[in-house]
Design a protein. Structure first.
Length: 118
């Protein structure tokens, strides 16, 4: 059974940094695409960063140059390093896994809150 558990959220001031972690179980890392999403109150969920099974990475324009997605397969963990945080980065962040790599993420974590104060 696939499980995803996020951690590392918190409250920081603008310009600060956080690193989110997503520990997975039940996933053969070479067969899944994985990503980080966020949803702010009153807004639609958006993909922040994604990584396909070959390690190809993509970022939302709003976070390019500030966020870095990475994965340590030996630790079954996906990371999102977030630097130079802005108030508009405030949201609940979710990690997700896509068993088809067709953009249909079918496994989700419970989310972790990130709050950035200006």
């Amino acid at each position: 059974q696939v499980g995803l558990v996020e951690s590392g959220g918190g409250s920081v001031q603008a310009g600060g940094s956080l690193r989110l972690s997503c520990a997975w179980t039940g996933i053969v890392y070479s067969s899944y695409c994985m990503g980080w999403f966020r949803q702010a109150p009153g807004k639609e969920r958006e993909e922040v960063a994604g990584m396909d099974m070959n390690g190809k990475i993509n970022y939302a324009d709003s976070v390019k140059g500030r966020f870095t997605i990475s994965k340590v397969n030996a630790k079954n963990t996906l990371y999102l390093e977030m630097n130079n945080l802005k108030a508009e980065d405030t949201a609940t962040y979710y990690c997700a896994a896509d068993s088809t790599c067709l953009g249909t993420y079918d496994r989700w974590g419970q989310g972790t809150q990130v709050t950035v104060s200006s």
